[in-house]
Design a protein around this ligand. Structure first.
Ligand code: ADP
Length: 414
C-alpha cells in the first residue's frame, strides 16, 4: 500500500542508497568520503520523509476538499429535491428558517396567501393574513412540532410543522397545510345526524313514558282518556318502529351491505306497482295520476330499490303536496333513463329545497312529524339512486309545482 502510493520516492531512495554504498565502498578509508556518504544518506532520508509526509498531507487535504464538495453537492441535491417536492405537492407548504425568514414556499401557499412567492419574504410579510402569521410565529418561537387547525377563506386547514434540527441546533421548520374542510364537514354532519336521531327517538319515548305514568297511577280511573292514551301510545310506537326501520335501512345503504339484484326492468311496471300500493291514499286525497312512457327500453336496476324510490316519492305527494294531479314521465336518451314525477301542489320554498334530502329534515317540522314519516324518506331515495350511480334533483315553485327528476345510467352493471 505504502509502496504503491510512493513508488517514485522509494525508487529514488533506492538509487541514492546505491550511490552512497558505492561511495562508501570507494572511499571507505577516507573520513571525508565517509562523512559525505553519511551526510548524503541522512539528506536522502530527510527528503524521503518530507516528501512522504507532504504527499500524505496533500492526499488528506484533497480528500477533505472532495468530502466538502460531496457534502455541498448532497446539500444542493437535497434542496433541489425539497424544492421540487414542495412545488409540486398540491397542498400549501412553506419552509421558514431560524430567523423567521421564508426560505421556500410553493404556489399553493402563495395562492392561499393571495400573494406572489416573491412578496413572501418573512413570516411577518405584509400579505400574510393575521391568522397564519400567528401560527407561523408560534412555530418559529416554539421551535418544535406543532399541529393546529385554522379556518381561512371558508376553508379549514390542519397546519403541521416539522422542525429541522442540524447538529442539535434548530435550523427552521417545514410547515404543511392540509385541507380538512370535507373531513370536518363530514364530522359535523355525523354529529348532527346522531343529535337529530337521538332527538327523533327521544320525542316519542318521552310521550309514551308520560302517558304510561298517568295510566298507571293508583287513582287513575278515566276510560275515555285511557283509550285515547292507548291509541296515542300505539301511534308513537309505530312511529318509533318506522324511524328505527328507516335508520337501519339507511345505515345498511351507507355501509353498502344491501345486495342489489340488478336485472333488466320495465320501469313503467314498477311505477304502476307503487301506484297500486298507494291507490287508497291517492284516492283519499283525490290525486289523479298520469303516466307517459316515452322510452320503453328496459333499465338494468334493482326492482326492490326502484319500488322503494317511487313509493316514497308518490307517498310524499299524498302526504305533503295538497296536489290534485301527478304526472309521471318515463323518458330517456342513449345513456340514461330519465323519470320525472311532477305534482301541481303547494311546492317547496327555495330555502327548504336545499335541505330537502338531509336526514330528518321536514319542511313544516311540527306538523309533518305527526302526519308524515320518519323524515328519512328522501334521504333513502337519494342513497338508493346513488348506489345505482344515478342522480336525483328537485325543482319547485311555491303554490305551482314540485318535480323530482331521476336520472339512471342504462349501461352500468356494477
Ligand atoms: P318523510 O320520510 O317524513 O316523509 P321526506 O324526507 O320524504 O320525509 O320528506 C321531507 C320533507 O319534504 C317533507 O317533510 C315535506 O315537507 C317535503 N316534501 C317532500 N315531497 C314533497 C312534495 N311533493 N310537495 C311538497 N313537499 C314535499
Amino acid at each position: 500500500m505504502f509502496y504503491k502510493q510512493n513508488k517514485k520516492l522509494v525508487t529514488w531512495f533506492m538509487v541514492a542508497l546505491a550511490v552512497g554504498i558505492v561511495l562508501i565502498d570507494g572511499f571507505i578509508n577516507n573520513p571525508i568520503a565517509r562523512g559525505l556518504t553519511l551526510l548524503l544518506f541522512v539528506l536522502i532520508m530527510i527528503v524521503f520523509f518530507i516528501s512522504t509526509i507532504n504527499k500524505d498531507m496533500e492526499r488528506v487535504s484533497l480528500e477533505c476538499d472532495l468530502e466538502k464538495q460531496n457534502q455541498l453537492k448532497s446539500i444542493d441535491l437535497v434542496r433541489a429535491k425539497l424544492e421540487t417536492l414542495i412545488t409540486y405537492l398540491p397542498f400549501p407548504m412553506v419552509l421558514i428558517n431560524q430567523d423567521g425568514e421564508i426560505e421556500l414556499s410553493n404556489d399553493s401557499f402563495a395562492l392561499l396567501m393571495n400573494e406572489s412567492n416573491d412578496q413572501l419574504k418573512s413570516i411577518n410579510s405584509k400579505g400574510i393574513p393575521f391568522m397564519i402569521k400567528r401560527v407561523l410565529n408560534d412555530i418559529y418561537l416554539n421551535e418544535e412540532s406543532l399541529t393546529t387547525n385554522i379556518s381561512l377563506n371558508a376553508m379549514d386547514y390542519q397546519c403541521v410543522s416539522i422542525p429541522i434540527i442540524q447538529s442539535r441546533r434548530y435550523k427552521g421548520s417545514l410547515v404543511v397545510f392540509s385541507d380538512i374542510t370535507k373531513l370536518l364537514y363530514q364530522e359535523r354532519v355525523q354529529k348532527r345526524f346522531v343529535a337529530d336521531a337521538s332527538h327523533e327517538l327521544k320525542t316519542p319515548i318521552t310521550a309514551i313514558k308520560g302517558m304510561i305514568e298517568i295510566l298507571t297511577r293508583e287513582d287513575f280511573n278515566d276510560e275515555k282518556t285511557e283509550k285515547e292514551f292507548l291509541d296515542q301510545i300505539k301511534h308513537e310506537t309505530e312511529r318509533l318502529e318506522l324511524i328505527v326501520k328507516d335508520l337501519l335501512y339507511l345505515s345498511k345503504l351507507s355501509n353498502q351491505t344491501i345486495l342489489l339484484n340488478k336485472q333488466p326492468l320495465d320501469v313503467k311496471a314498477i311505477v304502476s306497482e307503487a301506484i297500486k300500493t298507494l291507490k287508497l291514499k291517492l284516492a283519499d286525497k283525490n290525486i289523479r295520476v298520469n303516466i307517459q312512457e316515452l322510452d320503453k327500453e328496459p333499465l338494468l336496476a334493482d326492482s326492490t330499490s326502484l319500488l322503494t324510490v317511487f313509493s316514497n316519492l308518490i307517498d310524499n305527494v299524498c302526504s305533503y303536496s295538497n296536489a290534485s294531479q301527478l304526472d309521471i314521465i318515463i323518458d330517456g336518451n342513449q345513456k340514461n333513463k330519465i323519470i320525472t314525477l311532477k305534482d301541481n301542489g303547494i311546492g317547496i320554498s327555495a330555502e327548504d329545497i336545499t335541505q330537502i334530502f338531509d336526514r330528518f329534515y321536514r319542511v313544516d317540522d311540527d306538523r309533518n312529524r305527526n302526519t308524515g314519516g320518519s323524515g328519512l324518506g328522501l334521504s333513502i331515495v337519494k342513497e338508493l339512486i346513488g348506489v345505482h350511480n344515478g342522480n336525483v334533483e328537485v325543482q319547485s315553485v311555491v303554490n305551482e309545482y314540485t318535480q323530482f327528476v331521476i336520472t339512471l345510467p342504462k349501461l352500468t352493471k356494477s
